[in-house]
Design a protein around this ligand. Structure first.
Ligand code: ATP
Ligand code: MG
Length: 613
């Protein structure tokens, strides 16, 4: 391809809203342009790299045995009503109506569409396991699209879904997908950190996210200094730094030597810090009690305090009923924070958030800041494990300006549930080996997930087993953001001057720069380009009538892995020579013109082989 006809509009200036390297470089090197906030156009050079990432993903998906299909991006709203996500998905779901007033959804993900396709075709266990995927457009009306294609509104996702007769079969595909993801990111030249992730209301251990380290990452990762443990903070747990009381009897026994729980006056004290100053003690001595509002709770609350009158709603014809809204008190040691994602998983809720002040006052009978588990009878109390180890605590007394001291779990209050809901922090101890945990910020490139029966149940998917009995398949889903993967490659591979593409996703392998594109130089450049092309190497020939400095800058900016400079001087040598330079290295090399093509082809094949190994 000749540069002059390749439509590569490079920019010297940096776009004002571009704060990360990949965003700046995708614009500056002419890969991408913006149509609106979160909406982009890949230009020819960008599309070449984009297609290479897609192709790597496709090859590795095919290697797992998954089959590619291509459903429409706009899908009937009915399917989303069946699954319950028409209501639960919130504002990021783009809903639309056609001229007949029918509801549609622009797919932000495609569990519903794939499940509907399989539902219509599945009849026998012999058809399972089945794994289908697409590499297709998604739309999410993100509140804050940013960092270019890292978080766009429209983007391309590879999403795969699988259906199985049992958990063992699901686990086999889940593990195969995990291996495929590791290969995909390696082939793209990316260093990823696989982490344990929240598996939401489905529970279980079946969720892994593939993260790249990033200063602007949205995820906090907890990693162990001594072993392989890595988890998203949403999932991370730690070795207890407190006395665990496995049963209420042990807790009661521990409280036997604690003085009786009694009220103390704490005038004008609202926060834990105020209390610490007032009582001259540490946050660790307090039980912090917070009231949460949870939405779409899939637990049986009929015997939970304060919940017996809650109304259940049917989310779909076949799904069990859920509570659209319920309130809970969560008690945790005063120096710790509640992790809302863990709490949502415990409650099997689609969303949890701190209750509005008016609800706190209504449900605790006390002003905000005085909630506590002792005597709290109108709310189910969930205590974090830490609280089971506290036999002499200070906590709110459900009255203005009053607290309890010497409060003990088991003796002075009980719990409806005891769970791990603490937010793990740097310095906490690894749950596997006890080593020290530290944090990194990360960006999610991919996610594999055991979905369980969520969609097959709500959308009523069945098959007949060996005995002719009706069964429901168990499901998994597996996503990778193609655009985000591409942007992450640039994040990991660039310098001051521009991108440094790994050969596997470079738009071209070699850029040939004739100092002046005429006479013998032109002939030598054309011949080399032809020879390389014949060898399967992708070549960009800078035929522009520009100063060499301009061409060199653009070559560095666009990051083509190998540069060949051809000039009169080199060609005038007894053995005509050209200059070869690798984008990632400083030194260049003069080589005989007739050996250049073979050497470049060999170097590129070596790099590709190393990435693919
Ligand atoms: P995030 O937490 O970053 O919003 P997610 O967990 O909602 O992502 P998934 O539903 O797991 O994303 O989607 C699978 C993949 O799609 C993600 O791992 C990511 O690579 C990509 N992706 C998700 N949202 C976007 C977006 N707005 N722009 C670009 N890629 C995205
Ligand atoms: Mg995810």
């Amino acid at each position: 391809m000749n540069y002059s006809s390749a439509f590569i509009p490079t920019l010297r200036e940096v776009p004002a809203d571009a704060v990360i390297a990949s965003h700046r470089l995708m614009f500056r090197s002419g890969l991408l342009r913006k149509l609106a906030n979160g909406l982009f156009a890949y230009l020819p050079l960008g599309l070449r790299s984009f297609r290479k990432v897609e192709q790597i993903v496709r090859e590795e998906m095919n290697a797992t045995g998954a089959l590619e299909i291509k459903p429409s991006v706009v899908v009937p709203g009915e399917l989303w009503k069946e699954s319950g996500r028409w209501d639960s998905m919130g504002e990021s779901l783009l809903r639309l109506k056609n001229r007949l007033n029918n509801d549609f959804v622009v797919s932000p993900t495609a569990e519903e569409a794939f499940t509907a396709i399989v539902r219509d075709e599945l009849s026998s266990y012999r058809q399972l396991p089945l794994a289908l995927y697409q590499i297709n457009t998604k739309f999410r009306d993100e509140i804050r699209p940013r960092y270019g294609v890292m978080r766009g509104r429209e983007f391309t996702m590879k999403d795969a879904y699988s259906w199985h007769t049992d958990d063992k079969s699901l686990d086999g595909t889940y593990q195969a997908m995990g291996r495929a993801y590791r290969r995909i990111f390696k082939r793209c030249g990316l260093s990823v950190i696989p982490v344990r992730a929240d598996s939401g209301a489905m529970g279980g251990s079946g969720s892994e996210e593939f993260m790249v380290e990033s200063e602007v990452g949205d995820n906090t990762l907890l990693l162990c200094k001594s072993c392989e443990y890595a988890a998203n903070v949403e999932k991370a747990s730690c070795t207890p730094d407190f006395q665990v009381r496995p049963s209420i009897e042990t807790a009661r026994a521990a409280a036997a030597n604690t003085p009786a729980c009694k009220k103390i006056e704490t005038p004008n004290v609202k926060t834990i810090n105020d209390l610490c100053a007032f009582l001259k003690t540490e946050p660790k001595a307090f039980i912090k009690t917070l009231v949460y509002r949870a939405v779409n709770v899939e637990l049986d609350l009929s015997s939970a305090p304060g919940c017996s009158k809650l109304e259940r709603k049917k989310i779909s014809a076949d799904a069990p009923s859920v509570y659209s809204e319920a309130f809970f008190a969560v008690a945790i040691r005063g120096d710790l924070d509640v992790n809302e994602v863990k709490l949502a998983a415990v409650l099997k809720a689609s969303e949890v958030s701190l209750a509005p002040d008016t609800d706190v006052v209504r449900l605790t009978g006390a002003p905000v800041g005085f909630a506590g588990p002792v005597g709290l009878s109108f709310l189910p109390i969930i205590i974090d494990h830490t609280v089971t180890g506290m036999e002499d605590a200070v906590t709110g007394a459900l009255e203005k300006d009053l607290h309890y001291e010497h409060a003990a779990y088991g003796r002075d209050f009980e719990a409806w549930m005891i769970e791990d809901v603490r937010t793990v922090k740097a310095g906490d101890r690894c749950p596997l080996c006890g080593g020290e945990l530290y944090t990194k910020m990360g960006n999610e490139l991919g996610h594999i997930f055991k979905l369980g029966y969520k969609y097959t149940r709500s959308m009523n998917v069945t098959y007949l087993d060996e005995n002719g009995k009706t069964q429901m398949p168990v499901m998994g889903c597996y996503g990778i953001g193609v655009d985000r993967t591409l942007a992450s490659v640039i994040e990991e591979h660039h310098d001051e001057a521009g991108i440094i593409w790994p050969a596997s996703v470079a738009p071209y392998h070699v850029i040939i720069i004739p100092i002046k594109y005429n006479n013998e130089v032109k002939t030598a450049a054309d011949n080399l380009a032809a020879e390389l092309t014949k060898a399967g190497i992708e070549v960009l020939l800078d035929d522009r009538n520009e100063r060499p400095g301009v061409k060199f800058n653009d070559a560095d900016l666009t990051g083509i892995p190998w540069r060949v400079v051809i000039g009169d001087k080199g060609l005038a040598q007894p053995n005509p020579q050209v200059e070869i330079k690798r984008r990632s290295e400083k030194e260049n090399l003069m080589i005989d013109t007739d050996k250049a093509a073979a050497l470049l082809a060999q170097k590129i094949r070596e790099e590709l082989a190393a990435l693919n190994s």
